[in-house]
Design a protein around this ligand. Sequence first.
Ligand SMILES: NC(=O)c1ccc[n+]([C@@H]2O[C@H](COP(=O)([O-])OP(=O)(O)OC[C@H]3O[C@@H](n4cnc5c(N)ncnc54)[C@H](OP(=O)(O)O)[C@@H]3O)[C@@H](O)[C@H]2O)c1
Length: 262
Amino acid sequence: MASRASSATNWARRVALVTGASAGIGATVCEHLVLRLGMKVIGCARNIDKIEESAVKLRQANTTGSLHAIKCDLRHEDEILAMFAEIKEKYGGVDVCVNNAGLAHPATLLEGKTEQWRNMFDVNVLALCICTREAYQSMKERNIDDGYIIHISSMSGYRLEQPATNVYAATKHSVKALTEGLRLELREIKSNIRITSISPGDVSTEFCLRMYPDDPSIHEKSEAAKKCLEPKDLADAVVHVLQTPPHVQVHDLLMRPTEQTT
Ligand SMILES: NC(=O)c1ccc[n+]([C@@H]2O[C@H](COP(=O)([O-])OP(=O)(O)OC[C@H]3O[C@@H](n4cnc5c(N)ncnc54)[C@H](OP(=O)(O)O)[C@@H]3O)[C@@H](O)[C@H]2O)c1
């Protein structure tokens, strides 16, 4: 049998794209990939001021890594394709794609607004598919066989919690199917590129504040009820899966706050 690589990839100076890098989990994942793995990280979002601020701070750190911001509204395929073209031109291509950007609107099946359902599916599902395809194509054209796709999914891919999040949960159930679908497609072509989902329960970010912009008390109650996961816990999980040896395929990491019941 042909010998296979058995040690973890050295990710220093390799290129990672992290979507939704302007806040919460994405912002912290960017920092950890730069500081702990020495990666060249491209962070995208609609608001790039915070990514640029973080990039400046990270320049003072003793690391081979760096952070670069690209403005991209993931609801628009032309903007996603332009982002990948810019990454190819400036940085060569994508070796790791962290599909993190996501959002929820309180929009029930009986009363919800179509525009809110569309926004959730556009960002949480369609953009994740487009970024995954473009990242794979970028790896393929450069003969990269150790690349990595990571989806930040949710415990909402596993259970329905409340009517307001039924459609959000449908997007995350989709991510669960897309994770296994991608794994099977990669197996079919005998690729060693890996796919992992990370599915958290409540994480202390702006997520709930953005979901209920007119009622910050919902976020406050959720935070007061338990010690939520921190973005760093998710960044630790991302770094962990990237450091597993090539023969290890972590499929989905389910992570709840210890005190969370649902
Ligand atoms: N927080 C939780 O409790 C929790 C639990 C389970 C799963 N998750 C998942 O974790 C991921 C990250 O969430 P988070 O908690 O870090 O949320 P967050 O603090 O609200 O950050 C969301 C990020 O997504 C970006 N984003 C939203 N719409 C976008 C668009 N149209 N184009 C580009 N970027 C867009 C935002 O950037 P801009 O607004 O600047 O564009 C922001 O950077 C999501 O997929 C979410 O579903 C979160």
